[in-house]
Every structure is written in structure tokens, then in C-alpha cells.
Write a protein that binds this ligand. Structure first.
Ligand code: GAR
Length: 208
């Protein structure tokens, strides 16, 4: 069975969706470890409750980002991951780190990329009067939130919606699509080649 490592910084609700999907057979893979850069991240508790190894690697104990990422990567590699899943991991990773794992690093982002890379995506969608918002799963490349898109899920929104309600609805979609994509990757159906995402040997069309 293929190995998965998950990186989190917070609540870990996407991690939980992936744990559940591994348990019910939707994902044919094994979460070998959950990494956090935040000691209080509730996702660490979720991992422990599921009997999964946890690793806390905090950047503040390192002199530089380079040193932090070297230890992070070396610790990740001990779990021989076939796939590394960023699930609410809120640190920007350097090109050196990203390129070490080209084609096996996934991220989920709470917007319909290429709209709203970065932070405060829900607020921006509401303030701009958008009629839809959503989440995107993509391969990670050097460009922040700019790697090839694999799958998106959209929800309708109106300016009257509260930010909290929009966050909740987007997360419900995230919990549906992340296990799906991780499952595809574990089946060998997904790959990144020539800077594009491929599914069943067909290039996925660019989005946006
Ligand atoms: C998710 O909504 C995810 O899209 C977002 O953080 C949340 C983590 O929630 N990720 C980013 O903003 C990455 N830039 P969770 O810890 O409950 O899975």
C-alpha cells in the first residue's frame, strides 16, 4: 500500500476527511504521519486518536527557513511517502522544498483559483460581489497557489451571506473533493508532467 504524509497547521478537518476515506476504503493508502508546525493544531489530536504518528516541526527553533525545511524534509522522508498532502498547512514552502517533491505534493486552497491566491479568500469573494466561490486542489509548484489544477468545487454565494457560512459551505466541498483526489493519486490515475496535471493519461484543461 502507498504511503501518505499530511502537513497541517490547524483544525485538521480535511485531514479527518482523508483519515475517514482511508478507513472506509475510498482511499487505498496509508497515512504514515501527520506533521504540524503549530503545537496547538487540533489536527494533531485527530491523528493521535486515529493511531497515526505525529511530528511537530516548529520553524522558530531553526536559524533559517533553509534549515527548517531541511529538517522537515528529512523527517518526512523517513516515512517514505508516495504522496505529501498539504491540508491547511499555512507556511509558504521554498522552491527547493517544492522541487524535492515535484509531482507528489498536493494542496487545497479555499478559492476558485486562479482567483484569490493567498489569504482571506472568502472575504474577498464576498466583498467583490462574486456569485460563486469554492475550493481548488492542485499540484504544488514554485508559484504560490499557482500549480496545475486538478479539481475544483464551486458553491453559489450572495453578498448577504456571512463569511462564516461561506467558510462552512466551502469546507463541506473540501471534505468531499480532497479524499476523491487523494484516492485517484493512490490509484495511479493522476500525475503531473510537462507542468500539467494528467488524469488517466489525458491532460486536464487549464482552469480559470
Ligand atoms: C481549509 O479550508 C483549506 O482550504 C485552507 O485552510 C483550511 C484548513 O482547514 N488552506 C489554506 O488556506 C491554504 N492556503 P482544516 O485544518 O480544518 O482542514
Amino acid at each position: 500500500m502507498k504511503n501518505i504524509v499530511v502537513l497541517i497547521s490547524g483544525s485538521g478537518s480535511n485531514l479527518q476527511a482523508i483519515i475517514d476515506a482511508c478507513r472506509n476504503g475510498q482511499i487505498n493508502g496509508n497515512i504514515k504521519a501527520v506533521f504540524s508546525n503549530v503545537p496547538e493544531a487540533y489536527g494533531l489530536v485527530r491523528a493521535q486518536q486515529a493511531g497515526i504518528a505525529t511530528e511537530l516541526v516548529e520553524s522558530k527553533y531553526f536559524a533559517s527557513r533553509t534549515d527548517y525545511e531541511l529538517v522537515l524534509a528529512d523527517t518526512i522522508d523517513r516515512y517514505t511517502p508516495d504522496l505529501i498532502v498539504l491540508a491547511g498547512y499555512m507556511r509558504i514552502l521554498s522552491p527547493t522544498f517544492v522541487n524535492r517533491y515535484t509531482g507528489k505534493l498536493l494542496n487545497i486552497h479555499p478559492s476558485l483559483l486562479p482567483k484569490y491566491p493567498g489569504l482571506h479568500t472568502h472575504r474577498q469573494a464576498l466583498d467583490n460581489g462574486d456569485s460563486e466561490h469554492g475550493a481548488t486542489i492542485h499540484f504544488v509548484t514554485e508559484e504560490l497557489d499557482g500549480g496545475p489544477i486538478i479539481l475544483q468545487a464551486a458553491i453559489p454565494i450572495t453578498p448577504q451571506d456571512s463569511e462564516a457560512e461561506v467558510i462552512k459551505k466551502v469546507q463541506q466541498q473540501e471534505h468531499r473533493i480532497y479524499p476523491l483526489v487523494v484516492g485517484w493519486f493512490m490509484q495511479g490515475r493522476l500525475a503531473m508532467r510537462d507542468g500539467k496535471a494528467w488524469m488517466d493519461n489525458h491532460p486536464l484543461p487549464p482552469q480559470g
